[in-house]
Design a protein around this ligand. Structure first.
Ligand code: F6P
Length: 543
């Protein structure tokens, strides 16, 4: 294993100055791409050659990707630091059995899906209604994995939505809930409280505020609340009756949970049939991931490109750039999926990682990003591998000049990143513009693009529910494969605990006595808040 990392580093050093553009001989585009379910994943605009790919595939094999993958799908407790199985894939499985602790979990999964479907049909038909009539609006209150998946998917599939309008509240900042609830007819609004643990302070605080707002408008506010949780008994303590509590097992990680009850808001918006199409698309990706040889396996190849760029070549971040406005929240969704999963410093066995963990992931839809940060991507000193996503046809004004321009821009960017512009070309441009001598030279240098900047493109016919399912499952498995190769546990998130603990301990300190153990910086920030509010702080701190 160590030898392979060294071998890959040596290979990277040897090809560092090679031009990607010069590698396009002998059918490279076909060789360094793979297809599935109408999608084409093209990684030919990277500096990966046949020798590198072989070494990367060897790395995946040696790391035991296939064995770990099979263990995950079989329900083994691969999340060792939490002692749990990892079975979000069961939520989209349409047949067969999966055993956890000797029990087949599939009947319960399908039963819950049926219940969700029955509930969604009742809401969408108006059979189950609010005090003021059929529900016109649904507000999902949740944060992290209980928010980002449904938000991302509901925006992605907005063109397929024919149910109530969907809204999302996540932040404990009161601006979030105030602005979302403002203007809604609460007598016709359904609130979903989505929290795996049902203890998350942001969600519980927002749920209590929503309840108080609702109580001012309707006689029985609890009647317009639904809970989604792994802890149904905690939901019951909030007065939500069992028939409106949708549970799931602890083997579904928060950031992997949009396929089940956490996706209820989405199901209300697009309807159960389209929700099932999304599950079917994801299941198709699961079947591909579990059966395709590593060399043609799309999630494995996407992961290997990621490993090559971050851990081998040392590029610190990667940008996700959907040329698909409907995927505007995909970068935020992937930030949690990738960074909460693989942002770890300790290997599965407790030793410190020997190489960098997962990279920083960021991005924005094109073409907006072009007019913001692409300057750095093209001419900054640190290369940023770019991952483009592109629908051949859009859902809105799909066969119009809008879409042709969108496609042209996406293709132009990956081409420009690869080709760049030489000093000679820049000089010629400046000469044509009338510059000469030293000024020509100076101006030309600003117009040089180094090029040779790697990118991948995932292109698909159209973003429909099944395609969204394939894309999200693709990224889930990519994260898994990278985690296995790095030897870490992608399914815990201990790194978020310290901040939560300190927030709990600082809340009373804001209203109480100075704490001797507080550092000087925190002390002076607390002083600022205390002196801003004076005695009032004590009042609302208790409220
Ligand atoms: O703080 C991180 C986290 O635990 C995420 O992993 C999770 O998605 C989020 O909080 C919300 O948790 P819950 O669904 O339990 O409210």
């Amino acid at each position: 294993m160590t030898n392979l990392w060294d071998k890959l580093k040596t290979q990277a050093d040897a090809v560092r100055d090679r031009r990607i553009a010069d590698m396009f001989t002998g059918g490279r585009a076909a060789r360094f791409s793979t297809r599935l379910g109408g999608m084409l994943f093209d990684y030919s605009k990277t500096n990966i050659d046949a020798q590198t790919l072989d070494s990367l595939l060897e790395l995946a094999t040696e790391a035991g990707v296939e064995t770990r993958r099979d263990a995950m799908f079989a329900g083994e407790k691969i999340n060792q630091t939490e002692g749990r199985a990892v079975l979000h894939t069961a939520l989209r499985r349409s047949a067969g059995a999966v055993f956890v602790d000797g029990q087949d979990v599939m009947p319960e999964v399908w039963h819950t899906l049926e219940r969700m479907q029955g509930f969604a049909d009742a809401v969408r038909s108006g059979a189950y209604r609010g005090a003021g009539g059929a529900f016109t609006d649904v507000v999902n209150i949740g944060i992290g994995g209980s928010d980002l998946g449904p938000v991302m998917a509901s925006r992605a599939l907005a063109s397929y939505s024919d149910g109530p309008r969907l809204h999302f509240v996540a932040n404990v900042d009161g601006a979030d809930i105030s602005q979302v609830m403002r203007g809604l007819d609460l007598s016709r609004t359904l609130i979903i409280v989505a929290s795996k643990t049902f203890t998350t302070i942001e969600t519980m605080t927002n749920a209590a505020t929503a309840r108080a707002m609702m109580a001012k408008v309707v006689p029985d506010p609890a009647a317009q609340f639904v809970a989604v949780s792994c802890a149904p008994e905690a939901a019951a303590r909030h007065g939500i009756p069992a028939e409106r509590v949708f549970g799931f097992a602890d083997w579904v990680g928060g950031r992997y949970s949009m396929w089940g009850p956490v996706g209820l808001s989405l199901m209300l918006g697009i309807g159960p049939a389209r929700f099932r199409q999304m599950l079917a698309g994801a299941e198709e990706m699961d079947q591909h991931f579990t059966s395709a040889p590593l060399a043609q396996n799309m999630p494995v190849l996407l992961a290997l490109v990621g490993i090559w760029h971050h851990q081998i070549c040392g590029y610190p971040t990667r940008a996700v750039l959907p040329y698909d406005q409907q995927l505007e929240r995909l970068p935020a969704y992937l930030q949690q999926l990738e960074m909460e999963s693989n942002g770890k410093r300790v290997a599965m066995n407790g030793s410190l990682l020997e190489r960098p963990s997962g990279p920083v992931v960021w991005g924005e839809p094109g073409t907006n990003g072009q007019h913001a940060f692409y300057q750095l991507i093209h001419q900054g000193t640190t290369p940023v591998p770019c991952e483009f996503l592109l629908a051949a046809e859009g859902n809105e004004l799909g066969r119009s000049r809008h879409h042709l321009l969108l496609v042209a821009n996406c293709l132009a960017q990956s081409k420009a990143l690869m080709l760049g512009r030489t000093l000679e070309k820049a000089r010629a441009m400046m000469a044509e513009a009338g510059f000469a001598g030293e000024e020509l030279e100076r101006q030309a240098r600003h117009r040089v693009f180094p090029g040779n900047r790697p990118s991948t493109t995932l292109i698909y016919p159209r973003l429909d529910p099944a395609m969204l399912g394939r894309i999200v499952a693709l990224y889930e498995h990519r994260v898994f494969v990278e985690g296995v190769i790095l030897g870490l546990n992608s399914f815990d998130q201990w790194g978020v605990e310290l901040g939560k603990e300190l927030a709990r301990s600082l809340e009373p300190l804001l209203t109480g006595a100075p704490d001797a153990i507080m550092d000087g910086s925190t002390r002076s920030l607390v002083d600022f808040v205390q002196s801003h509010y004076g005695d009032d702080l004590d009042q609302f701190g208790k409220g």
